[in-house]
Write a protein that binds this ligand. Sequence first.
Ligand code: NCD
Length: 317
Amino acid sequence: MQHIIKAQQFTRKDIEKILNLSQKIQEGDRENFQEVLVGRIIATLFYEPSTRTRLSFETAALRLGASVISTENAREFSSASKGETLEDTIRVVGSYADAIVLRHFETGAAECAAQVSPVPIINAGDGAGQHPTQAMLDLYTIQREMGSIDGITIAFVGDLLYGRTVHSLTYLLTKFKVKKIYFIAPKEVEMRKDILVYLRKKRVNFEEREDALEILPKVDVVYQTRIQKERFGDRVELYEQVCGKYILDKSWMDKMKKRSVVLHPLPRVGEINPEVDRDSRAGYFRQVENGMYVRMALLSFVFGISDKGWKKRILKK
Ligand code: NCD
C-alpha cells in the first residue's frame, strides 16, 4: 500500500515521475484523465483549517472521476469531539473510502494513522511536522518557473521552525543538486536543527542568515512563509515580536534577479505586500493552480497508476 507521509520517502525517480505526470496533465488533454479513478472514493479528513489543500485535493479527485466524502472541521464535527481516538476514526473512515487525505494538528499524526489504516493515507499537513504534497507542488513550480531544480539557489524566509511546508520542501531538495539554500528567519523560529544535521549529512550547501536584503540578488527562488501563529499558543508577545520582521515588498523585488520567482504556500497575512502581485516574478498564484495538477498526479501515484498504466487504460476505451 502506498501512503504519502513524509518527503524523505520519495526517490528522485518517484519525484521525476510525479512531476512529469503533473506536466502531462497540465499541458495535455484533461479529458483524457477524467475517468482514471471512476468508482473510487476519496475521504478528506481535516482537523485544521484549510482552503487550498482540501479544495485542490477534492477538485483533483473529482477531475479524475473519483467521488469525495469530506469532514472539513473534524476537530469539532467528527466523533473526535466525543473523545474518539484518531486511530479509531481512521479505521472507520478507511472502511468507507479507498484513500484518506488527512490534515491534523499533531506532528506525527499521519504516521500513526498509516499504522492502522486499511487504505492509503495522504499527509496533508501534520502539526509543525511535514506537508509533502505541498512540497511536491512547490518543486513542480520551481521546475516550471526556472526550467530546472538542479543548480538553483533558494532562500526560505520566515517561520522555519513551525513551517511544515519548508521542512518537506527542504527534504525534497536534497534529492537534487541545488547550488545553495539560505535559511532566513528570526532567531526564535530558526530552521529545525535536526533538518540542518540531515543537510550536512547529505552534503547540501546551506547557510543560516538573519538579514534578507543582502541575499536577494543571489537567489533564483524566494520562498516566503507566514509566521505560524497557531503554534505559539499563549505566547502572544513572542508571536508579535517575530511577525512583521520580513515583509516582501517592491524594495525586495528591486534587489532580486530579473529571472527569479517568489513562492509562498499561502495563506499570506501581510508578509508579501499585494503591490508585488503585479510583478511577473510573483509566482504564488501560479503555484496554487499547479497544485491541482500535482495532486492529480499524486492521487494516481497512490493508486499505483503509472504513466504507462494510465495510457493503457485510456487507450483501452
Ligand atoms: C500551509 C500549511 O497549511 O502548512 N498552507 C497550505 O497548505 N498551503 C502554510 C501555512 O498555513 O502557512
